[in-house]
Design a binder for this molecule. Structure first.
Ligand code: NAD
Length: 289
């Protein structure tokens, strides 16, 4: 079997087009433009690229983008005051504080200071609780993107065996919650799981979010399963060139799976598109639309 490739780049482009249409309709209906504030502390080069991309895509779909760039030595007090100011600002629907923050700042405290109704990353404990209890929630962007691709490819997910490898608050746990809400039978595997290959072999759906290059091998996959590779790992080839690979051995797994996301071009592009989607959701939730 040769797997169908789930093209996240094309999916994300379609999703952004839909969001742009929705934003135009919301502007016409309410007279207000959804706005996303992104806060970056320090000079981390990867974070600077992410923030630039987020701002550009926010504007492309017709929303307002507010960037707040603060120096590396910004005090926790100053950052918390900015978050509180953004919480109060009626033009701001979504607030994203780019992680990682410098070591002298308590990231958990900053994330908990964001108004849960503007928490477009979905990291606030209130949104985590809403997600697990089935209330309308802002859900972390990466697992939301994975779920949209799974539903687009598979249709209804109920009754499917899903194995999520990784239990982080950002990907693994919310992914498991979303699949459970779709009535999958969900297993969360992690670094202490015994015989991970045997666990993964049961799955109709495998989501790998580990951060270990090409860890999931072809003989871990049930024939026809759908494989979503969240991992982004930079490896150096024998030639000295750098290359991005996922947590899944793509060549091996594509021989067995029914469908698979590539790296790059799979889950990655969906993450920012889902941030825009969350900003629209936050706009609607705050206005009870
Ligand atoms: P994390 O380090 O917070 O969590 C990794 C998880 O993997 C842990 O729960 C750990 O228990 C598990 N794990 C570690 N070694 C394992 C092993 N040998 N067997 C089974 N499980 C093991 O990482 P994260 O933030 O969840 O990110 C995971 C990967 O996804 C990383 O490569 C990251 O770069 C990538 N990522 C991609 C996107 C995207 O937009 N595509 C977004 C977030 C994260």
């Amino acid at each position: 079997m040769t797997a169908e490739i789930i093209d996240g780049k094309a999916f994300a482009a379609r999703l952004r087009a839909t969001i742009a249409t929705d934003v135009a309709a919301l502007k016409a209906k309410t007279g207000h433009t959804p706005g996303l504030a992104v806060v970056l502390v320090g000079e981390n080069p990867a974070s600077q690229v992410y923030v630039r991309n987020k701002a550009a895509q926010t504007q492309e779909v017709g929303m307002n983008s507010y960037e707040h760039k603060l120096p590396e030595d910004t005090s926790q007090e100053t950052l918390l005051a900015l978050v509180q100011q953004l919480n109060q600002d009626p033009t701001v629907d979504g607030i994203l504080v780019q992680l990682p923050l410098p070591a002298h700042i308590d990231s958990s405290l900053v994330l908990l200071t964001i108004d849960p109704d503007k928490d477009v990353d979905g990291f606030h404990a209130t949104n985590v609780g809403r997600l697990w209890t089935g209330e309308r929630a802002l859900v972390p962007c990466t697992p939301t993107g994975c779920l949209l691709m799974l539903k687009d490819y598979l249709g209804k997910l109920d009754g499917k065996e899903a194995v999520v490898i990784g239990r982080s608050n950002i990907v693994g746990k919310p992914m498991a919650a979303l699949l459970l809400a779709e009535s999958c039978t969900v297993t969360i595997a992690h670094s202490k799981t015994h015989d991970l290959a045997a666990v993964t072999r049961r799955a109709d759906i495998v989501v790998a979010a580990v951060g270990r290059p090409e860890m999931v091998r072809g003989d871990w996959i049930k024939p026809g399963a759908t494989v979503i590779d969240v991992g982004i790992n930079r490896i150096t080839l024998d030639t000295g060139k750098a290359r991005l690979v996922g947590d899944v051995n793509y060549a091996e797994c594509a021989e067995v799976a029914g469908a698979i996301t590539p790296v790059p071009g799979g889950v990655g592009p969906m993450t920012i598109a889902c941030l825009l989607l969350n900003t629209v959701t936050a706009f609607q939730m705050r206005r009870s639309i």
